[in-house]
Design a protein around this ligand. Structure first.
Ligand SMILES: NC(=O)c1ccc[n+]([C@@H]2O[C@H](COP(=O)([O-])OP(=O)(O)OC[C@H]3O[C@@H](n4cnc5c(N)ncnc54)[C@H](OP(=O)(O)O)[C@@H]3O)[C@@H](O)[C@H]2O)c1
Length: 249
């Protein structure tokens, strides 16, 4: 694990990155996203921050605290529910209309479906999978022009990088009831995330993509991933993801 000292030193270097870093947070109303957002705001110089939340009224105190922590910062809550891809599209449209670059896209939104499938959204997708995979990838994909316009853009997806395991190649959306289970769902979504981020990283070499796991040690999954890459499973995952996005406006 990286030492706290190194993390603190790294955070302190944010101030040297110049004024006006633009950051977009999905999932920063609690947990890891909330803590990361506060550290970012404490160290960045006049940042412009977009916080995507399902209910803006529930984070009024949090936003007030951020304003006090960095009076030079600008903060905007975009009230959308990214369990819907349509809302992810709308979030990206708002940011594309206002900004000319994005320096940091921090993705920690989502929930584990502990009792298995929690049903489809109106878009026909399983909600825990949409929040943890589809909407994160959709917003990243739509914001690529702005990420590529930043000098050192980073996309950080907090999920379970390093824990990739069995992917269901016959049912990428896990739309069959028997495809879904807590472990199966988590393994599958984690592997989908890594393969799609690899696709994006290959096509966007100026942008850093990180898929991280907040707990435990990363296993050596290279052998497993190498076998998937050799069979071009990542291409199949990407094609499936684009088919899903194409039918949702
Ligand atoms: N914490 C851990 O130990 C751990 C371990 C392994 C992996 N992870 C993964 O790391 C990520 C971040 O973890 P965390 O503990 O920081 O998460 P968290 O505190 O539970 O935060 C999740 C965020 O997702 C939003 N969210 C939850 N359900 C949603 C829904 N149905 N639709 C839209 N938004 C929803 C919440 O927003 P609202 O305020 O709107 O509810 C919140 O901002 C998660 O994807 C988690 O699966 C966490």
């Amino acid at each position: 694990m990286v030492s706290l000292k190194i993390v603190e030193e790294s955070n302190s270097r944010l101030a040297k990155a110049g004024e006006g870093l633009v950051a977009v947070f999905l999932g920063a109303t609690s947990g890891i996203g909330k803590a990361t957002l506060r550290e970012f705001v404490l160290h960045a110089n006049k940042p412009r921050v977009y916080i995507v939340a399902r209910n803006a009224s529930t984070i009024t105190a949090q936003v007030d605290d951020l304003r006090q922590a960095n009076p030079g910062g600008q903060f905007e809550v975009i009230e959308k529910n990214v369990s819907l891809i349509a809302d992810a599209n709308a979030v990206a449209a708002t940011i594309l209309a206002r900004e000319s670059k994005v320096d940091l896209l921090f993705l920690s939104v989502g929930f584990f479906s502990l009792d298995g499938r929690q049903g489809y959204t109106i878009e026909g997708l399983e909600a825990s999978m949409t929040t943890r995979y589809y909407s994160r990838i959709r917003i990243t994909q739509l914001l690529l022009p702005l990420l590529n316009a930043a000098p050192q853009a980073r996309v950080v997806s907090v999920l379970a990088g390093g824990r990739e395991a069995r992917i269901n190649e016959n049912d990428f959306a896990l739309s069959e009831p028997r495809s879904f289970g807590v472990t199966a769902g988590n393994n599958h979504v984690t592997t989908m995330m890594t393969l799609s981020l690899e696709h994006l990283a290959f096509e966007n070499p100026r942008v850093s993509f990180v898929h991280t796991f907040p707990g435990g040690e990363s296993a050596d999954n290279e052998k497993f991933l190498r076998e998937l890459r050799e069979r071009k499973v990542g291409d199949a995952v990407w094609s499936h993801t684009q088919e899903v996005f194409a039918r949702i406006k």
